[in-house]
Design a protein around this ligand. Sequence first.
Ligand code: FEO
Ligand code: CA
Ligand code: CA
Length: 640
Amino acid sequence: MKDFPKNPGRRKLLKAIGGATAAGAATSFIPGCGSEHKQKNLSFQEIPHSLDFNHHLPQGYSADILLSWGDPIVDNIEQFDPKKLTAQSQSQRFGYNNDFIAFMPLAEDTPAGRGDIHCQSGNSDRGLLCVNHEYTQPHLMFSGYNDEYSATRGVSAEHVAIEMAACGHSVVEIKRAGKGWQPVLDSPYNRRITSTTPMQISGPAAGDKRLQTTADPSGTQVLGTIGNCAGGKTPWGTVLVAEEGFGGAFQGDPDKIEDPREAHNHRDFGITPHNRNLGEYDRRFDIQHEPNEPNRFGWMVEYDPYDPQSTPRKLTNLGRFEHEGFTLVCKPNQPVVAYGGDDDEGQFVYRYVSKEAYLPQDPVHNRKLLTEGTLYTARFDQDGSGQWLPLVFGQGPLSSKNGFHNQADVLIDVRRAAALLGATPMDRPEDVETNPHNDCTYVMLTKNKSRAEDRVDAANPRARNAAGHILEVVPPGKSGVRDHASDKFRWRQFLLGGNPNAENPLERGAYGQQSSYNISSHGWFANPDNVAFDPQGNMWVATDGCESFGFHDGLWAMATEGPLRAAPKHFFGCPRGAEVCGPEFTPDGKTLFVSVQHPADALNSTYDQPLHRWPDNNPELPPRPSVLAIYRDDGGEVGS
Ligand code: FEO
Ligand code: CA
Ligand code: CA
């Protein structure tokens, strides 16, 4: 077993709170969260770590390049030619930098307005692929930019308009074709949501004066969504879209903003005078011109993919921060519980509990559930217990004494409110998702290089955490009947990223070690970002950052129970420069969709001289972010 030579005390702490420990510990494995549950073995043949210009899959698997940036999502338009692209044309095509994916089944003979019936049909042969497009990279999209910097500050109005149309979200009907999948281009469901799509603002902050602008004095309507990273889906047939790095779209000097709360927030969300020059073309992105416009971003967005005319709405009840996503636990006749993370160093984990219960047969009632309820933030105590702290105006420090005058203030300034409540600053919380098989919740913590030696704690045990880790949150009760609405929980380390056998502490992930055993030399990974669970309850983790450890980002799959708990196997590898996002299974587990985001993103890689041209390898086309449909050649369940 590897040791922590510099800090034996910390290892004892880890063991005390139930963290599985490294190689050699196979005889004393942690039984798991719901150890009575049997998970099928992951029998695929693991792929090696590598770093090249292709994607990689295990033997016996194939991948269709299902949708790439610029592909038409409507019938009868010309094939993609990036040199002829216009904003109008981009608005009918798949967007850039695909991220979150929701597969929303389509059932036959379902009455209009019943997305819940479609959604719960479990149809795995036909559905709507709902995909986020997180951000654009003009130096890889357009000819003529020498580097990322010149493309950031000097983009033309025409290119900005194309970028605005390439961000946001796509809905594309897909159907099985042979062994694989294809888009249905004449589908009435196909739709683009962009940086200019009209949206409603709902929940307690709707109409608040801090959300009012020149164009919208009501503070209830906003154009577009930005920084759409991960998301979630509901059993009443809607999709949740997160707004993460929205600050980069805004330009201006927070020091010149009069209200200190707004100035603080603008700074905190990364708004500077040196950001993108979008404000030159659309004044609302210039904070000197429209100081409240950023307050209308940083929310979760809910929309109905089964109604292409529906207006998306921003859910202020889920707070304003750099949302990775929110995922739901919905049990009949109980409140809906949703979990989410704020993807920034030292930020917090959140939970939302609806006021009323989820009623499976009543979609109209269910649509209120995310607008009436309470948001909480997490405190992870050193002894493995934890507490959800309510973010409610008037309770504890959330009063006018601290600058909170109503619930809208609490939700707009939720980071400050959570800090005042004593929430635990975490190592960049990304996806937070519950495994339906053991009813435990897993928190992806991607990294935090700025955590100082004297700021480590049991939940974030490594200084300068370069490799990230995964926590397991255990609500009270037994598997299947755990009480996710309880304000108390237990937690423990599930896995520490990094190489368990490395001599170099950086490779080992600062001062930590991979916490699994039975792990191959390719089974370790770093920087967990997105997570999905297959129908057997196995965990599939997508990474963002492994290239700094010498190999591609990709997917690693592992059991959460039994002797192979937290022992990852490497399943998928990206081409260089890319991260993988949005793993999503069809309900039958026979197809796995993945987003390959920012391929060929590397120093000096541009449209004119890219590092590579994945996936087309066509000299006329740049590298293109793409969604892949992965399936087993024999038609079986992926992974098993
Ligand atoms: Fe867009 Fe949080 O990764
Ligand atoms: Ca992500
Ligand atoms: Ca990421």
